[in-house]
Design a protein around this ligand. Structure first.
Ligand code: SF4
Ligand code: SF4
Ligand code: FES
Length: 267
């Protein structure tokens, strides 16, 4: 027998609506479904104007993150039965502007990430590798200037080193931590948890060549020292990344680098 749910869904179109509201939909679950499938059924069968975002449907792309019955979840992996309620309230991620209904503008989140240059700045040559000739790649002079040529053997990393950063590499950029962070709520200049945790991931990565001078400017109240360490980001992350642990580790690294600088000056 089909199970009946009441879906109470946040609706708002900033271009036409004066204020947001919740709209109710009765949903009959014929066979076990996840929230994303239910939303797709509701859109296809009841209300084609309902907007929400998704892509992979495999808990990999991070685009279907929502607040479901008050909890931050990926809609594509949250089973209706697991919610333990006949009423399912769906809201968009907070701390981000609403584009339409459940779709938010992720631009502030991406901008925060851009501030830390979220990629490994690799050395020109890895250990024991042969350097490829630039001519071999037929680059234009401009591209040649900007390009770091990888070695044939790639860049090796020890297992122990990888373990230290692995949790942070599991981030799927779903935005839940940024949306749940109370500091982001009250101070939009704060960079947010995942940018800081990712910065730690690169600073700790032995393949990354950025120097302390390259990231020292993060030591401000809108950066590294803005976090209240209430660990909300750790609680909500669907991939158990624990960004706040990365923030604390980055703070320790920052202080250590500062101490090194003081001793260098005294010598
Ligand atoms: S620990 Fe820091 S970054 Fe994480 S939610 Fe709390 S204030 Fe935000
Ligand atoms: S740290 Fe977790 S909550 Fe934050 S963006 Fe990455 S996967 Fe999402
Ligand atoms: S659709 Fe990609 S994580 Fe849910």
């Amino acid at each position: 027998m089909a199970k009946r749910y009441l879906f109470r869904i946040f609706r708002f179109d900033p271009e036409t609506d004066e204020a947001p509201c919740f709209r109710d939909y009765i949903y009959e679950e014929e066979k076990p479904k996840v929230v994303l499938e239910a939303l797709m059924d509701i859109r296809n069968e009841q209300d084609a104007t309902l907007a929400f975002r998704y892509s992979c449907r495999e808990a990999v792309c991070g685009s279907c993150s929502l607040v479901i019955n008050g909890e931050f979840e990926l809609a594509c992996r949250t089973r209706l039965a697991s919610l333990g309620s006949d009423i399912i309230v769906i809201e968009p991620l907070p701390n981000l502007p609403i584009q339409k209904d459940l779709v938010v503008d992720m631009e502030p989140f991406w901008q925060a990430l851009e501030r830390i240059k979220p990629y490994v700045m690799a050395e020109e040559e890895g250990k024991g590798g042969e350097r490829r000739e630039k001519e071999e790649l037929s680059l234009t002079p401009e591209a040649e200037e900007k390009t770091i040529i990888p070695t044939l053997s790639g860049y090796r990393i020890e297992e122990k080193e990888m373990e230290a950063i692995e949790a942070f590499t599991n981030c799927i950029l779903c935005g839940c931590c940024y949306s749940a962070c109370p500091v982001v709520s009250r101070d939009e200049s704060y960079i947010g948890p995942i940018a800081l945790a990712k910065l730690y991931r690169y600073v700790r990565d032995p393949r990354d060549r950025r120097s302390f001078q390259d990231w020292a400017n993060i030591g401000t109240s809108s950066g590294l020292w803005g976090c209240d360490t209430v660990f909300r980001c750790n609680e909500v992350c669907p991939r158990e990344v624990r960004p706040a642990d990365g923030i604390l580790a980055l703070r320790r690294r920052y202080v250590w680098e500062k101490i090194k600088q003081i001793f260098k000056k005294e010598k």
